[in-house]
Design a protein. Structure first.
Ligand SMILES: Nc1ncnc2c1ncn2[C@@H]1O[C@H](COP(=O)(O)OP(=O)(O)OP(=O)(O)O)[C@@H](O)[C@H]1O
Length: 345
């Protein structure tokens, strides 16, 4: 089967006042159906330009973009408009129509497609339920919180039954908790409707939480791409390590130095395994999920009938958000969690 999105040797040159700026250089990318694909990179790397090339809001200077095997460059304007219905987009600042009520914002793209008003409003109501905002149909966007506005934007994006959802920094204007709930919603949409999601973000926690695959863009080029756990666990290039580990470093990255940094910069969590703990290699799975190592500082566990019992103290990354998410992850698996403030012998 064709990849749902295929980018072949795409370059994009912006020209203004005789000055040329090569924003994308020879980009090759394949995104398979059902993936949640993160595109990450420093500011100005070319992420937005790349994502805008995926629906031809920006025409590549050279190269090809294929959606389900169909080359966008070979379509007429009318065909392109039809094809774009398969690709919805949400943005950092929501882009809602402020003078229209929530329900009408969602119905709007359907009306443009010629759907009858009653049918469009019925579908909009259904989508409001999907995003958990049934009671806000008659509110105006100005009366909503940032998270609620993004939910409305997601409902509007889903109205046209897209196959692909492009998210351009969709959670960057939201606080961590709201970000988490929007990511949960995107994950649910991906699973329930099989929609392929492409996420541009500068927030590594977003990628860790929901992306299955990731590409790192640097100065208009893709420097690494692959499964998220592989890239986050083993970033190969210096730039990728800077982005993912979030610290500048020498070209070499000796294991000892890394271990030392980790030990200096950890928080500590005590976890208690009991009868209710999940039957799974919970620490190993957590390391895979978060793409960051933890240190077992102390373990006093027994294997009872294949289930761990006892307690363990983990050294975890200092980032409070990562710590919070790890605690939540462990609690959800039936483990009791305590913060450790004293030194561990
Ligand atoms: N319409 C344009 N005309 C000229 N240059 C442009 C245009 N759009 C983008 N660029 C340039 O292309 C490069 C890539 O920009 P782009 O917005 O894709 O980066 P980005 O990775 O999304 O950055 P950010 O995270 O800051 O949004 C930048 O140097 C930018 O100045």
């Amino acid at each position: 089967m064709n990849p749902v999105i295929e980018v072949k040797k795409v370059s994009k040159v912006f020209r203004s006042k005789g000055v040329e700026m090569e924003a994308l250089k020879d980009i090759d990318l394949e995104i398979q159906r059902g993936e949640i694909f993160g595109i990450i990179g420093m500011s100005g790397a070319g992420k937005s330009t790349l994502v805008r090339c995926l629906n031809y809001l920006e025409r590549p200077t050279s190269g090809n973009v294929l959606i389900e095997g169909e080359d966008l460059g070979e379509l007429s304007e009318a065909q392109l408009r039809l094809k774009r219905r398969e690709i919805s987009m949400i943005f950092q600042h929501f882009n809602l129509l402020m003078q229209k009520k929530v329900l009408d914002n969602i119905a709007f793209p359907l009306l443009i497609q010629g759907v009858k008003k009653a049918e469009a409003r019925r579908r909009a109501q259904e989508l409001l339920q999907t995003v958990g905002l049934s009671d806000k149909a008659n509110a105006y966007p100005a009366q909503l919180s940032g998270g609620q506005k993004q939910r409305v934007a997601i409902a509007r994006a889903l109205a046209v039954n897209p196959k692909i959802l492009l998210c351009d920094e969709a959670t960057s204007a939201l606080d961590p908790q709201t970000t988490e709930s929007i990511l949960d919603l995107l994950q649910e949409i991906n699973r329930r409707y099989g929609i392929t999601i492409v996420i541009i973000t500068h927030e590594m926690a977003v990628v860790r939480k929901i992306c299955t695959h990731v590409a790192i863009v640097e100065k208009g080029e893709i420097i690494e791409q692959g499964a998220m756990v592989d890239i986050f666990n083993h970033p190969k290039s210096k730039k990728a390590r800077e982005l993912i580990i979030g610290q500048r470093e020498d070209d070499s990255w000796p294991g000892e130095k890394r271990q030392k940094n980790l030990l200096e910069k950890t928080g500590k969590i005590r976890i208690v395994f009991s009868e209710n703990s999940a039957f799974e290699p919970v620490i190993g799975n957590m390391v895979l999920k978060f793409g960051t190592p933890v240190n077992i500082l102390k373990a006093d566990t027994k294997n009872v009938g294949g289930v761990a019992k006892g307690e363990m103290i983990l050294g975890v990354p200092e980032d409070p958000e990562v710590q919070r998410q790890m605690k939540e992850y462990l609690s959800q698996r039936g483990l009791e969690i305590e913060e450790v403030t004293e030194d561990v012998e």
